[in-house]
Design a protein around this ligand. Structure first.
Ligand code: SF4
Ligand code: SF4
Length: 112
Protein backbone atom coordinates (compact mmCIF):
# COMPACT_ATOMS: atom_id res chain seq x y z
CA UNK A 1 0.00 0.00 0.00
CA UNK A 2 1.08 3.56 -0.60
CA UNK A 3 -0.28 7.07 -0.73
CA UNK A 4 -0.60 8.85 -4.08
CA UNK A 5 -0.75 12.45 -5.27
CA UNK A 6 -3.70 13.24 -7.55
CA UNK A 7 -4.25 15.94 -10.14
CA UNK A 8 -5.47 18.28 -7.39
CA UNK A 9 -1.81 19.06 -6.72
CA UNK A 10 -1.29 20.55 -10.20
CA UNK A 11 -0.47 24.25 -9.97
CA UNK A 12 -1.03 24.18 -6.18
CA UNK A 13 2.25 22.67 -5.13
CA UNK A 14 2.20 24.04 -1.58
CA UNK A 15 4.76 21.44 -0.50
CA UNK A 16 3.51 21.16 3.11
CA UNK A 17 3.60 17.41 2.42
CA UNK A 18 7.35 17.43 1.81
CA UNK A 19 8.00 18.88 5.25
CA UNK A 20 6.34 16.04 7.11
CA UNK A 21 7.31 12.94 5.11
CA UNK A 22 9.67 10.87 7.30
CA UNK A 23 11.24 9.03 4.35
CA UNK A 24 11.54 11.89 1.82
CA UNK A 25 9.66 10.05 -0.91
CA UNK A 26 8.24 13.06 -2.80
CA UNK A 27 9.49 13.88 -6.30
CA UNK A 28 9.08 17.18 -8.05
CA UNK A 29 7.67 17.92 -11.48
CA UNK A 30 7.33 21.35 -13.03
CA UNK A 31 3.86 21.90 -11.57
CA UNK A 32 3.07 18.98 -9.26
CA UNK A 33 4.66 16.44 -6.94
CA UNK A 34 4.36 12.66 -6.89
CA UNK A 35 5.08 9.97 -4.27
CA UNK A 36 7.38 7.03 -4.96
CA UNK A 37 5.11 4.04 -4.22
CA UNK A 38 7.99 1.74 -3.30
CA UNK A 39 9.48 4.24 -0.84
CA UNK A 40 6.29 5.42 0.89
CA UNK A 41 5.91 3.69 4.27
CA UNK A 42 2.19 4.38 4.38
CA UNK A 43 2.34 6.46 7.54
CA UNK A 44 -0.41 8.83 6.36
CA UNK A 45 0.97 11.98 7.96
CA UNK A 46 1.10 13.90 4.66
CA UNK A 47 -2.57 13.46 3.81
CA UNK A 48 -4.07 15.96 6.30
CA UNK A 49 -1.24 18.45 5.66
CA UNK A 50 -2.18 18.99 2.02
CA UNK A 51 -4.32 22.14 1.64
CA UNK A 52 -5.46 20.99 -1.81
CA UNK A 53 -6.59 17.57 -0.54
CA UNK A 54 -4.46 16.07 -3.27
CA UNK A 55 -3.11 13.08 -1.33
CA UNK A 56 -5.03 9.82 -1.02
CA UNK A 57 -4.28 6.29 0.20
CA UNK A 58 -4.33 3.82 -2.68
CA UNK A 59 -7.19 2.00 -0.99
CA UNK A 60 -9.49 4.81 -2.19
CA UNK A 61 -11.09 4.00 -5.57
CA UNK A 62 -10.21 7.49 -6.82
CA UNK A 63 -6.51 6.87 -6.14
CA UNK A 64 -6.11 3.94 -8.49
CA UNK A 65 -5.84 5.93 -11.70
CA UNK A 66 -3.08 8.13 -10.23
CA UNK A 67 -0.87 5.31 -8.99
CA UNK A 68 0.77 4.69 -12.36
CA UNK A 69 1.51 8.40 -12.76
CA UNK A 70 3.17 8.52 -9.32
CA UNK A 71 5.19 5.41 -10.12
CA UNK A 72 6.32 6.60 -13.54
CA UNK A 73 7.35 10.12 -12.66
CA UNK A 74 8.92 9.31 -9.29
CA UNK A 75 11.48 7.35 -11.32
CA UNK A 76 12.50 10.34 -13.41
CA UNK A 77 11.73 13.55 -11.50
CA UNK A 78 14.18 14.79 -8.82
CA UNK A 79 13.65 14.11 -5.14
CA UNK A 80 12.36 17.04 -3.09
CA UNK A 81 12.99 17.15 0.66
CA UNK A 82 12.62 20.82 1.62
CA UNK A 83 9.62 23.12 1.24
CA UNK A 84 9.94 25.80 -1.43
CA UNK A 85 7.77 28.75 -2.42
CA UNK A 86 4.29 27.84 -3.65
CA UNK A 87 3.11 29.64 -6.81
CA UNK A 88 1.55 33.01 -5.96
CA UNK A 89 -1.80 31.92 -7.39
CA UNK A 90 -1.75 28.42 -5.84
CA UNK A 91 -5.00 28.89 -3.93
CA UNK A 92 -6.86 29.86 -7.12
CA UNK A 93 -6.28 26.34 -8.47
CA UNK A 94 -7.85 24.38 -5.62
CA UNK A 95 -10.59 22.10 -6.88
CA UNK A 96 -10.32 23.16 -10.54
CA UNK A 97 -11.54 20.16 -12.61
CA UNK A 98 -9.60 18.30 -15.32
CA UNK A 99 -6.25 19.74 -14.33
CA UNK A 100 -4.36 16.69 -15.57
CA UNK A 101 -5.82 16.93 -19.06
CA UNK A 102 -5.41 20.67 -19.30
CA UNK A 103 -2.29 21.55 -17.32
CA UNK A 104 -0.13 18.53 -16.50
CA UNK A 105 3.55 19.02 -17.35
CA UNK A 106 5.87 16.00 -17.70
CA UNK A 107 8.89 18.28 -17.23
CA UNK A 108 10.94 17.77 -14.07
CA UNK A 109 11.10 20.35 -11.30
CA UNK A 110 14.21 21.59 -9.54
CA UNK A 111 14.28 19.18 -6.59
CA UNK A 112 16.22 19.93 -3.42
S1 SF4 B 1 0.81 19.72 -0.09
FE1 SF4 B 1 -0.62 18.83 -1.56
S2 SF4 B 1 -0.82 20.38 -3.20
FE2 SF4 B 1 1.00 20.84 -2.00
S3 SF4 B 1 2.68 19.84 -3.07
FE3 SF4 B 1 1.98 18.44 -1.49
S4 SF4 B 1 0.48 17.15 -2.55
FE4 SF4 B 1 0.79 18.94 -3.81
S1 SF4 C 1 2.24 8.43 3.65
FE1 SF4 C 1 4.06 8.93 4.92
S2 SF4 C 1 5.75 7.98 3.83
FE2 SF4 C 1 4.06 8.08 2.39
S3 SF4 C 1 4.37 9.99 1.27
FE3 SF4 C 1 3.00 10.45 3.00
S4 SF4 C 1 4.36 11.14 4.63
FE4 SF4 C 1 5.65 10.11 3.12
Amino acid sequence: MTYVVTEDCIRCKHMDCVEVCPVDCFYEGENMLVIHPDECIDCGVCEPECPAEAILPDTEPEAEKWLELNKEYSETWPNITAIGDAPADANDWHGVPDKFKLYFSPKPGQGT
